[in-house]
Design a protein around this ligand. Structure first.
Ligand code: SF4
Length: 285
């Protein structure tokens, strides 16, 4: 079979497979029906704003400027207000957008103090998109937050996490995502191994995993199997649970289970009504 060009149908990102793994119905709405989620949770908005500021910090450093903390906090505030849209939802009752803004400032301050000012590694690329053919009709695609070399010359990729607790290698995300990107970096830089890191911004800790070439091949093979399972699925059952509160389809999903103390997204989805969830292109990473 000749290799097919990448299209939204045959390209599988880590987020796409994670959606399938967590709730096949959500996957169907988003990736097969091409619907847009009615709201973005404040956690997602906070994560993408912080990611953008960390990218900005390293970009500035590459231009021989290393922004001090006040400049980084100003940049965060600017991106927060410019990026804010009416579809951002505070899911948890009793929390406010200001709480998340403060949370972001604290994570950024901690990162600046404990990591950025001490980091002597070289940046090779920021927000680099990878695309790898894993079968004639399957492509892996993904975006690595930062690729670099340590002071001793080791290739690494790092993925920033804003989650409230550190993950473990047994979990779907922490077991595969950064490791897959490290495998792509190994191929691209013709290296024999790379370090795959998850940096937890709330705790200022990084968990590192060594990815060798055989390990990278094994990870891609495993990803290919998971992608085939999603591609060949004939049924997409709902898997309701705690994540329904953060699912932007909870306003239209007949199986949604959203407890009242986590109903901020659902309320916003109902308010936005027909103006949300329109058919449109899917953003993916
Ligand atoms: S609301 Fe829950 S069950 Fe429905 S699609 Fe979303 S995650 Fe799945």
């Amino acid at each position: 079979m000749a290799a097919q060009s990448p299209t939204p149908r045959n390209q599988y990102s880590f987020s796409r497979l994670k959606a399938f793994h967590q709730c096949p119905l959500r996957y169907r709405y988003r990736y097969l029906a091409g619907r847009r989620e009615s709201f973005r949770s404040i956690e997602t908005f906070l994560g993408s704003t912080l990611h953008a500021v960390l990218e900005w910090l390293y970009e500035r450093r590459d231009h021989a400027e290393a922004p001090a903390l006040p400049a980084a906090l100003d940049e965060f505030a600017r991106r927060w207000s410019e990026g804010w849209t009416d579809d951002v939802a505070v899911v948890r009752a009793g929390e406010t957008a200001d709480d998340s803004f403060r949370d972001g400032r604290e994570m950024l301050s901690l990162f600046h103090r404990s990591t950025f000012t001490r980091d002597r590694s070289e940046t090779i690329a920021l927000e680099q998109r990878f695309a790898v053919l894993i079968a004639p009709d399957l492509h892996f695609t993904g975006v690595a937050d930062r690729i670099g070399r340590t002071t001793s010359g080791r290739l690494f990729i790092v993925d920033y996490k804003t989650s409230r607790a550190p993950g473990t290698p047994e979990e779907f995300s922490e077991g595969l995502q950064a490791q897959l990107y490290a495998g792509c970096a190994i191929q691209q830089h013709e290296a024999s191994e790379a370090l795959a890191g998850y940096h937890y911004l709330r705790m200022a800790t990084t968990s590192w995993h060594v990815v060798t070439r055989p390990r990278a091949d094994e990870n891609l093979r495993r990803f290919g199997e998971l992608a085939r399972t999603a591609r060949d699925a004939a049924e997409f059952p709902a898997r309701p649970g705690i994540l329904c509160a953060w699912c932007g389809f909870n306003g239209i999903c007949p199986e949604a289970r959203v407890p009242v103390e986590l109903a901020g997204g659902l309320r916003l989805a109902r308010e936005l009504g027909d103006s949300a969830g329109l058919w449109g292109p899917v953003e993916d990473g």
